[in-house]
Design a protein around this ligand. Sequence first.
Ligand code: MN
Length: 134
Amino acid sequence: METNEIFPKGQQLPKEWFSGNAFLTLLVAKDKNNEFSAGCVTFEPNARTAWHTHPKGQVLIVIEGNGYYQEKAELAQAIKKGDVVNIPENTEHWHGASAANKMVHIAITNYKDDVQVTWLQHVTEEEFNSVEKK
Ligand code: MN
């Protein structure tokens, strides 16, 4: 663990739903008090989620680095340490690192019954590269 890190890097996230190397440390699990989970997600440079939706929304708090958040049919937003992203329910989007920098965010994700995410297609290299050029 690097001395400037707040949380451990955690477990590698599956290539099925993440491009590149992404890692998760679960901080708060859903339980009888909390209808959400909270986790620290580390994206190495070029790593990103697939496109996905959350049935009751999600909040991202960026704690390190630089990356992107993009909703379908919208321009990608550059995000950096200190930024907070409030993602509406059932809104197709992805998030991840930039090509040159890693990005670490806390993800607070609400549940609807036992579902908190629906995974869709991967973000293609073409989609990612078009964001990088802007
Ligand atoms: Mn999300």
